[in-house]
Design a protein around this ligand. Structure first.
Ligand SMILES: Cc1ncc(COP(=O)(O)O)c(C=O)c1O
Length: 375
């Protein structure tokens, strides 16, 4: 049987990894500034994380959500402390898309309304509702195109206000920082205005922190730079460092009803053990502060070049926008300098390094980046 051919692949086969280093099947070492697409939060194969998963597997790997699972309660307590949202509730699922799907479903249950406002250049995932909220017609099938979604430009307060005035808005979903759309940071004042609009119109503000959350921008959630408190916050990617896990944080005013949300695998023992270990490491190694410090260090030390249009982002969520396509540059970084980076669109190199990236590793990247720019 062949694999369904939907991914463009680099000719690299990673077989081992540790911290921000990955080795391929030929023993070649790579520096990872991509983190497997923002998933590796605490570094590859961290010994504490590996030990936690192995020990959990020796005890019990899976049961269902029809029994008590104290690890879920412990994870909720720990996320509450780490994020400051200790009065919110946690629902655990398996991925970023599923988290967004659950968030809009809950917003619709809660308000009795059915239209969601999303933003141009957004990416929220591939499941039915999440892909409908994503501003990319190429990945929306006819089946997914019937949801009631309206798109506005980020930071366009008047357009959002006009949508709200139609009266049927259940919620608005916005990324803490737009990732796939090219590292666009919403203005803090815009997020504050969205929060007020949602309050006024009895709609739910949903913050998609799947990529921008979990310490990546130097606060636990990117929206915390704006000082707002969304109704629902969605999680994925870095929450369990690569073990599939997602979740939503739900404000106290939401009323749970039995059967309202559900999943077979969400909140399983292994995901919880991995996610608790991730929080242990984030706290012990001060990785939220490290992400800000090393990210800002990279930002400040990137070379000035007429080929670079703009550098955007915060902490270890950075986009270097060029005046030209970056594919050759990214290839040179990977195959000549052995450094993994990401992209957003045609013209942006996107850096989503593990939160444990050191200054020495940042220097290695900066030196290589200078060299490939000069080529
Ligand atoms: C902001 C954002 N939301 C949602 C998703 C979807 O997450 P998943 O691929 O885990 O479903 C992504 C994935 O890149 C993302 O960046």
């Amino acid at each position: 049987m062949n694999l369904f051919d939907v991914y463009s692949l680099f000719d690299v086969t990673p077989v081992r990894a540790r911290g921000c280093t990955v080795w391929d099947d030929k023993g070649q070492e790579y520096l990872d500034l991509y983190g497997g697409h923002a998933v590796i939060s605490v570094g590859h194969s961290h010994p504490h994380y590996v030990a936690a998963l192995k020990a959990q597997l020796d005890r019990i790997g899976f049961y269902s959500n029809s029994v008590r699972n104290p690890l879920q309660e412990e994870l909720a307590r720990r996320i509450g402390i780490a994020s400051g949202y200790d009065d919110y509730s946690l629902f655990l699922d398996n991925s970023g898309a599923e988290s967004n799907e659950n968030a809009v479903k809950l917003a619709s249950f809660h308000t009795g309304k059915d239209r969601i406002i999303a933003f141009r250049r957004s990416f929220h995932g591939r499941t039915s509702g999440a892909v409908a909220l994503t501003d990319n017609p190429a990945i929306i099938s006819p089946f997914n195109s019937h949801h009631h979604v309206s798109f506005c430009d980020l930071d366009d307060f008047d357009a959002v206000t006009a949508e709200f005035e139609r009266g049927d808005v259940a919620g608005i979903i916005v990324e803490g920082i737009q990732g796939c759309g090219g590292i666009h940071v919403p203005a803090p004042g815009f997020l504050q205005a969205l929060s007020r609009l949602c309050e006024r119109h009895r709609a739910v503000l949903i913050l998609d922190e799947v990529q921008s959350g979990y310490g990546r921008t130097g606060k636990f959630f990117a929206h915390q730079w704006a000082g707002i408190h969304p109704g629902i916050i969605t999680l994925g990617k870095g929450i369990a460092n690569g073990f599939p896990c997602g979740g939503i944080l739900i404000a106290p005013e939401f009323q749970a009803r039995k059967g309202m949300l559900g999943t077979t695998f969400g909140g399983n023992y292994l995901a919880c053990a991995g996610a608790i270990a991730v929080l242990d490491i984030i706290e012990q190694e001060h990785l939220v502060d490290n992400a800000l410090e090393v990210g800002e260090y990279i930002k400040q030390n990137l070379p000035a070049s007429p080929r670079i249009k703009e550098v955007r982002g915060k902490g270890l969520m950075l986009g270097i926008e060029f005046n030209e396509p970056v594919a050759p540059l990214r290839k040179a970084l990977l195959y000549d300098k052995h450094i993994f980076t990401g992209v957003a669109g045609q013209n942006m190199i996107r850096l989503l390094a593990p939160l444990c990236l050191t200054r020495a590793e940042a220097d290695r990247f900066l030196e290589a980046f200078n060299e490939v720019l000069a080529q």
